[in-house]
Design a binder for this molecule. Structure first.
Ligand SMILES: Nc1ncnc2c1ncn2[C@@H]1O[C@H](COP(=O)(O)OP(=O)(O)OP(=O)(O)O)[C@@H](O)[C@H]1O
Ligand SMILES: [Mg+2]
Length: 360
């Protein structure tokens, strides 16, 4: 299938700072990519360049066969087949919800009968039917956010850009909205780039996740691939690898590294491409998800087996969260459904495959 969006070597600086340093990727129709990255990593900048609200110094962008950006070409935002939902909704304060939704349609000269149908269907979709005659100031934050999304969907863009559209909602509404939005985007098969800080939001929505780091793409992969095989330390952190142990590689055999951490050793599988980057003697960080850590009995087949003492117990409803101290003074956190006590000595274990290793 021919890609609907092609981004090639986009570069952007503000003053002396290079914010985007050669970004290239492609999307197929109906795909949703979530952009993740720390604050200031250039997510909004990239979205604005794709929308045409900002000019890049270099690069090509092609959307639905239209060359929107190249060395001597720049198509303005209103002529691009895209729409954008902003973090702060950016609703017209003096217009009713209906007028807000209708505005973009009028601008692109959509006939009145079609405008009415579109308003009807998006307000149904986003449960705004009873609110069409209100002003934005008469709506809650969540309702305003839904109007912002409705307004963008009503124009039926080929490509939809969303910059943290759910960030101002409370946790409950946000969780509801993210699955609602995932349904809507799939049903309408809209090609979407979606910026978020929230890993769970990315998992609910994304076909692929793109992580930006220091102006470059750190990784572009499916949610599962990225969670199981983060390629960099930064990606691992974004994917929630909360446990880190410092150590030194003492041997590498058949794609498995042994790492010495003072009083004990840990084994971990090297990921594709890591073989030539890591060598014996390297100082590394061993990274593990909370769920990878098991207590005692279940763990016969798990090759990493270490003694640790419980130093903190936090009750979390359906489970307990434990902080454990290892013999070398490093800490690890784990979740477990059974109650243990402070100072209990546990045998914790984790598999070689779930152990990720990164050079320090
Ligand atoms: N108009 C501007 N002038 C100068 N610097 C800018 C401008 N816009 C953005 N920047 C800088 O570019 C970098 C990237 O900003 P951007 O808003 O794209 O980050 P972001 O990834 O969206 O961050 P956040 O998660 O906080 O929204 C930041 O260091 C920011 O300070
Ligand atoms: Mg931003």
């Amino acid at each position: 299938m021919e890609p609907i969006l092609k981004i090639n070597d986009v570069q952007k600086s503000f003053g002396m700072t290079k914010v985007l340093d050669g970004i290239s990727f492609e999307m197929i129709e109906g795909e949703c990519i979530c952009l993740l990255g720390s604050s200031g990593s250039g997510k909004s900048t990239l979205l604005q360049i794709i929308a045409g609200l900002l000019k890049a110094e270099h690069g090509e962008i092609n959307m639905s066969g239209l060359q929107a950006l190249s060395r001597n070409k720049f198509i303005p935002p209103e002529k691009r087949p895209i729409n954008m939902v902003f973090q702060d909704y950016a609703l017209w304060p003096h217009m009713t919800v209906r007028k807000n939704i209708e505005y973009g349609l009028k601008m692109s000269k959509v006939p009145e009968s079609i405008r009415r149908k579109r308003i009807e269907s998006v307000s149904q979709l986003l449960q705004l039917k009873g609110l069409l005659n209100r002003l934005p100031s008469e709506l809650s934050g969540g309702q305003q956010q839904r109007v912002g999304i409705a307004r963008a969907l009503a124009t039926e863009p080929n490509i939809l850009l969303m910059d943290e559209p759910l960030s101002n909602l409370d946790v409950k509404l946000r969780t509801e909205m993210r699955s609602e939005l995932a349904n809507i985007l799939r049903r309408l098969s809209i090609t979407t780039i979606y910026v978020t800080h929230d890993m769970m939001e990315a998992f609910a929505l994304a076909d692929r996740i793109l992580v930006l780091h220091q102006g470059k793409i750190a990784q572009l992969a499916s949610p599962q691939k990225m969670y199981e095989e983060p390629e960099t330390l930064g990606v691992a952190q974004l994917m929630g690898y909360q446990n880190r142990l410092k150590g030194k590689i003492t041997s590498i055999n058949d794609g498995t590294a042994t790492i010495h951490c003072g009083e004990y050793s840990v084994k971990g599988t090297l990921q594709t491409g890591q073989n030539d980057k890591l060598s014996v003697g390297d100082d590394v960080l061993v990274m593990l998800q909370l769920e990878a850590i098991h207590f005692d009995s279940v763990s016969f087949q798990l090759e990493n087996y270490i003694e640790a003492k419980i130093v903190q117990v936090i009750y979390e409803g359906s489970r307990w969260r434990y902080r454990l101290e290892m013999k070398d003074g490093q800490y690890i956190e784990a979740l477990h459904t059974k109650k243990q006590s402070l100072d209990d000595i546990m045998n914790i274990s984790f598999s070689v495959q779930q152990t990720r290793i990164f050079k320090l």
